[in-house]
Design a protein around this ligand. Sequence first.
Ligand code: UDP
Ligand code: MG
Length: 331
Amino acid sequence: MAVGICNIDQNRSEESLLSLVIPVYQEGSHIKSSIDVIEKVLKDHHIKHQFVLIDDGSKDNSWEEIKQLANDKANVTSLRLSRNFGKESALCAGLDYADGDMVIVMDADLQHPPEIIPEMVRVWREEGFDVIEGIKSSRGKENPIYKWCAKFFYYIIYKTSDINLGKASDFKLLDRKVIEAWKDMPERAIFFRGMTAWLGFDRKQINFDVAERVNGKTKWSLFRLIRLALNAITSYTSVPLHCITVLGIIMFIGAVLMGLQTLYMKFVGGATSGFTTVILLQLIIGSSIMISLGMIGIYLTKIYKEVKARPRYLVAKCVKSKEGQAFDKSE
Ligand code: UDP
Ligand code: MG
């Protein structure tokens, strides 16, 4: 439980610090220019800010680039995770290192338009909302199969856990007290979008059009997406496990009816070879048992991972710029 959250008194003013948490994976070719674009918007609107850049174990020159940024600029914290932990864990690391009164989480490829940051900050400051969510009014250029799968995935989450993530994105502004509440969630398997939805607080949505990636390509392969979807569904709901029970009951009723019919046929002497029925029954029962076991296996793996309680991420290096004078804690 988050003790003392109500004591966090906020003074939302022009002086409030905004932390920008940006996960970076294989974005070396354009991370510098992306940061410049974002910084220009912030400077133009006189928003006091700090960048927290997390290199999620990239194999390209991303780390060198963000390390350089920490050396060159006065307000950058650059982290390098010990390996590729995935975007969700990188975000966790960033939120832990952010000092701001509010935090904006965004992608490194400018698909989340920086132009709406000032509006998000204004809403936070003047209207008092704690979570300002970027809502995709269009999903940008996407493969139709991917689009359809995403729709189906959100539909399942909505139906099983009542959390509507249809147009949600990871582009969000979170107030300091929301971050503190987030840090109190101890689970290892993280799905940022779903977990922030679960947190609640006063929320406002702002629409944006997903821009095209500036450079490089998306890191979400079909396999990664399926893993994320399974992770999200099993993190949020135990409905699939209940489905198994319902399925079991339906199968049982079917089996009793089938049994009665078979006995009746036997007694009236009209029993046919029945081979098809046996094969069909075997297939149906066999496959439902397999699916059920698999589903239980997924939940078991989750419990196993949570019980191990390993850290969500490991920071290998950290470079912070301080008042124009850079220092390197690790090298
Ligand atoms: N990302 C990350 N670790 C990963 C994959 C992605 O930190 O393992 C970052 C990536 O650098 C980017 C953000 O997550 O800042 C979104 O990734 P991407 O643009 O590939 O996703 P998409 O926009 O296609 O959903
Ligand atoms: Mg992207």
